[in-house]
Ligand binder design. Structure first.
Ligand code: UDP
Ligand code: MG
Length: 318
């Protein structure tokens, strides 16, 4: 029987939760009546995550494990899962049980109604810091303003996509991947299910500020050129105002009034303009760095080991 649903679970140091995640997923999927596979992608964990999943893999033929050679990042782990998924539908879910597995049943229902993308919209986020909630809120609004691509507000990567959508995404070779944006870009018939984002079952977030910033920069630079245009807008506005100021200075000179030494204003103007120029160079650097990444054309990830795929390859379970 062909696989109806592939579940992709990216994991980075999730030893405390992964067994529970497996149990909950299994219950839900057994209940769904679909033939399924669960693909755990180990994104270079330094703890016992891989050993635990290896053990599960040995006794459950519906479980597969992809081991990266090091930490490549959440979005890349998801992309690898898509490369190996065999199902007619593909579900992406976090390993920490913040996305309740039970919602998958609702997603499957929508899929059977004919939708090709069913994304989970977070109506509430439990147990996350105020800082995370506020930055996330601002980020999705800013992204919406900057891009033409339809990226739904307040959605994560918890979603179901159809085989067709997965094949499109697999064909996109960009290295700095912002998966939820790519799904929006791909189009297709999309709908949503609402859910409450739970607290992490155990462990701490694997997204420190550094990774969050990179993630945000990837999202914006992959889907918008507007930051690059700030330079031309600002340049226009600033040269226009300098021109007016030049007039004032000349008037002052001719009419010989208000000619103070003016050291403070020169320093202030210098600092201001230098600051803006450096900031815009930084923006360009973000884009150029990404262009550089693309031109190197290195593989997206390196697989150290695969487990649980043998039966599929031999065609025994098919
Ligand atoms: N993750 C990953 N690689 C990373 C960071 C995170 O595969 O470099 C996984 C992590 O194990 C989890 C998911 O991505 O399954 C989301 O991470 P996390 O829950 O830490 O992020 P948060 O929910 O705090 O935004
Ligand atoms: Mg989480």
């Amino acid at each position: 029987m062909a696989i109806g649903c592939s579940i992709i679970v990216p994991m980075f140091n999730e030893e405390e939760v992964i067994r529970h995640t497996y149990t909950r997923l299994k219950q839900v999927m057994d209940f769904s009546g679909e033939k399924y596979e669960i693909i755990f992608v180990n994104d270079g964990s330094a703890d016992r995550t891989a050993e635990i999943v290896e053990e599960i893999c040995q006794r459950d033929s519906d479980v597969r494990l992809i081991q990266f050679s090091r930490n490549f990042g959440h979005q890349i782990a998801i992309s690898a899962g898509m490369d190996y998924a065999a199902g007619q539908s593909i579900v992406i879910i976090d390993a920490d049980l913040q996305d309740p597995p039970e919602v998958i049943l609702e997603m499957l229902d929508k899929w059977k109604e004919g939708y090709e993308v069913v994304y989970g919209k977070r109506v509430k986020r439990k147990g996350e810091s105020l800082f995370k909630k506020i930055t996330a809120l601002m980020f999705y609004r800013l992204l919406g303003k900057l891009t033409q691509v339809d990226i739904p507000l307040d959605t994560g990567d918890f979603r179901l996509i159809d085989r067709k959508v997965c094949d499109v995404l697999k064909g996109l070779k960009e290295k700095n991947r912002f998966v939820r944006g790519l799904v929006g870009w791909a189009g297709f018939r999309q709908t949503r299910v609402e859910y409450v984002r739970e607290e992490r079952f155990a462990g701490v977030t694997k997204y420190p500020l550094r990774k969050m910033l990179r993630f945000a920069a990837d999202g914006i630079t992959s889907f918008s050129h507007k930051p690059l245009k700030i330079a031309s807008y600002l340049g226009f506005v600033l040269s226009f105002s300098s021109f007016i100021y030049l007039f004032i200075v000349l008037l002052q000179k001719w009419l010989e009034f208000g000619m103070v030494p003016g050291w403070a204003s020169i320093v202030a103007i210098n600092l201001f303009f230098n600051g803006i120029v450096l900031m815009l160079l930084g923006v360009m650097g973000e884009y150029i760095g990404r262009i550089y990444d693309e031109t190197k054309d290195r593989p997206l990830y390196i697989v150290r080991e695969k487990l649980g795929f043998e039966l599929e390859e031999a065609g025994i379970s098919g």
